[in-house]
Design a protein around this ligand. Sequence first.
Ligand code: UTP
Length: 472
Amino acid sequence: MKRDDHLRQTATEFGQQHLFQYWESLSDDQRSALLDDIEHIDFATLSKLLSEKVGETPPIDESKIDAPPVYPHRPSDDQLELYASAIKTGEMMLASGKVGAMVVAGGQGTRLGFDAPKGTFPISPIKSKTLFQLFAENILNLNNTFGCKIPWYVMTSSATDAPTRAFFEEYNNFGLDPGDVYFFEQGVMPAVDDHGKIILASPHAVALSPNGHGGSLLAMRDRGVLEDAKRRGVEIFSYFQVDNPLVSPADPLFIGLHANSESQMSSIAVPKADDLEKVGNFVSIDGRVQVIEYSDLPDSLAHAKNADGSRKLNAGSVAIHLINRSYVESLTGGGELSLPWHRARKKVEYYDAIASTTVQPDSPNATKFEMFIFDAIPLATKSIVLEQRREDCFSPVKNAEGVDSPATARRDMIRRAASWLESCGVDVLRNSKKEPQATIEISPLRAINVKQLSTSLQTKPKIKTNEELYLE
Ligand code: UTP
């Protein structure tokens, strides 16, 4: 059977034959583009999602929800030895090549409103280094420090794949060996209208969007990441998001605690800024760690307090995880991955046949389906959470302005650099709001922590007000 006949038959079987409604008017190239899109659709999964109302979040039984156990940022006296031995384990695992870095960079970045992939956004306060460059320099530093070659798995999507590859090529992989950078594209899902019909963005294009960061697990299997990692002897993926310039792509303490406790998937948490902060919340349900999205957390739980007045659910997710290769293999081994799907109402452009044009709607008109990586946590037999200080590890670039924007990320990079310098005994002038009075940037090639910075400082720099200080 010809490709178009076969796909038309499948679409018809699932009640989506309208995808071919403009077929007769399409050129050969347009036909082939349309078929490519349709070929990417998993009709069976979509049909299940539509018929079973899967994706609607089940109600939460509040009585079952507890705070999860969390390894504190500062170990207690009786944890000192545990942490010291974890750091050793983590360093050994890095040195022996058992850790790979993985960034998810397939998102559409609609809130930021930047045309190119978000990883190519210039973010550092003085040199305007891009997010990708900062991560690459962190990895180069780790390679030098531990005498290893950490492979970097970069997940893209159909929208970000080509420009991301081109960007890495243009910048010579920022000094990384090209053989150690592995791009892989995630899957897509179509957006549907209120009648469950797949939306056409034009007569020859389906409204497809990436299937969420949870789609990374299947893509790792389907796009050869698991095989590549196995060949290299990588046992743990250090997972992070492309929008966080403060992230450490691989942290020895975190790796060591994860490995020594035989966790399958672990997470970093930061103390929540306020009860209703828009981050995922770590909870424990029947002894299993899991994440409840802020939008699904009942207010009563968000405001719940412990006997001493502290917040009951205080561990906020920053989307930094360690995931064992063997765990991804087992989750994805049986064909289908059993992560739940989440549905979201979104504005999705559609083709208006009467006006013969593509329309950008003013209000949400469609449902999109996504999988979330943190839904893999409760499926693990063992999962740990380590708390870090927010100022050390998390300042995402989500919005064009306001909270979680380029401005706040730059501010937080400067704050962290200033506090590292102060820890090394350097005077940093601060204004009445305690903000550093100078713009400071520390290259990750020079230091990715206070210890490295301190060893690298021959003399203590004098920082003048309003000066720009770049430590190369
Ligand atoms: P967000 O949920 O913040 O989405 O992604 P986004 O696409 O970057 O931004 P908006 O919501 O459109 O404004 C968090 C992280 O997950 C990645 C993103 O690239 C980012 O690193 N992601 C998200 C994927 O890799 N694939 C997806 O399908 C969704």
